[in-house]
Design a protein around this ligand. Structure first.
Ligand code: NAP
Length: 307
């Protein structure tokens, strides 16, 4: 089997930008876009902060354009989930089920997934008032009453960000103290627009076309009540999609891939590069992921040239 020059795993902004650059550099990349092709932007509605679209663009449309752009330069895109990799020797091996592929270089761009509560109404109302990204969707909630679920730094950050738009932000946390760092928690607690409901879990999201409220339960008293709200931001953390890279690539305790720290996209294995949310728990933006995808393609091209 002749190895591919480059396999790209993932098809969010990082993977597809890497594909555009690699294809234009004649690396003939093979992209495994996965069954959740397009990544997290497929779950959002309007994207207003991606440069180049002054009137905004729908997340799925943006991904469709990126995909077409990659195909224009003959990136080969396969709709399949990579199920196993072996980066222990070269060429690297990548499996889709029983099908084995080999590559001289690999770019990992499998992204991260927001964690959801898994309660009734959540799936149905996602994009209709239920979101996991304040930076993406907060703008649409001007002068509204919003709920943020969670007690970590993400929840504090989302709540504080949302105060710019919302008239009131209620943080609902399942315990009586925040997990967040003291400084972030302090800022949230001191903010005049933020209220906290402690010891409470959300059991259901209510509404037909759009979210109109939530059903909550106090975990101490078991009292169940309904609270009206026009937006629910679930901020209970993200999970990097790195399960198949365990024992293959170095990652931090949460599972984010660690880069070599020289400003490049190199992972712990020479010839394997990572871009986007899979290696970034800080910025997590489409545009930063796209930028990292570009870097990864350039890094891979230079690395292949040296070999
Ligand atoms: P996290 O620290 O794991 O916090 C998750 C929060 O969600 C916790 O308060 C947890 O409650 C709650 N939670 C989890 N599952 C839940 C469920 N099913 N129902 C209700 N609540 C649930 O995650 P994170 O806030 O995303 O932060 C991840 C990492 O990124 C942290 O290391 C954080 O410091 C870092 N971060 C830093 C910044 C910053 O410094 N600006 C911003 C964002 C993130 P319990 O507390 O009861 O477990």
């Amino acid at each position: 089997m002749t190895p591919e020059k480059l396999i790209i795993i993932g098809s969010g902004p990082a993977g597809l930008t890497a594909a555009i650059y690699a294809a234009r550099a004649d690396l003939h990349p093979l992209v495994f876009e996965g069954s959740q092709a397009g990544g997290q932007l497929m779950l959002t509605t309007e994207v207003e902060n991606y440069p180049g679209f002054p009137d905004g663009i729908l997340g799925p449309d943006l991904m469709d354009q990126m995909r077409k752009q990659a195909e224009r330069f003959e990136a080969r895109i396969e709709t399949a989930d990579v199920t196993k990799v072996d980066f222990g020797s070269r060429p690297f091996k990548v499996w889709v089920g029983a099908n084995e592929h080999a590559a001289e270089a690999v770019i990992v761009a499998t992204g991260a997934s927001a964690r959801w509560l898994g309660i009734p109404g959540e799936d149905r109302l996602r994009g209709r008032g239920v979101s996991a990204c304040a930076t993406c969707d907060g703008f649409f909630f001007r002068e509204r009453n919003i709920v943020v679920v969670g007690g970590g730094d993400s929840a504090m950050e989302e709540a504080l960000f949302l105060t710019k738009f919302a008239s009131k932000v209620t943080i609902i946390h399942r315990r009586e103290e925040f997990r967040a760092s003291a400084i972030m928690a302090g800022r949230a607690l001191a903010h005049p627009k933020i209220e906290v409901v402690w010891d409470t879990v959300v059991e259901e999201m209510l509404g037909d076309e759009e979210v109109t409220g939530i059903k909550i339960r106090n975990v101490r008293t078991n009292e169940v009540s309904e609270m009206g709200t026009e937006g629910v931001f679930v901020a209970i953390g993200h999970r990097p999609n790195t399960e198949i890279f365990k024992r293959q690539l170095e990652m931090d305790e949460v599972g984010y891939l660690t880069l070599r720290g020289d400003g490049s996209t190199a992972t712990s294995v020479a010839g394997v590069f990572a871009a986007g949310d899979v290696a970034d728990s800080t910025y997590r933006q489409a545009v930063t992921a796209a930028g990292a995808g570009c870097q990864a393609a350039i890094d891979a091209e230079r690395w292949l040239d040296q070999e």
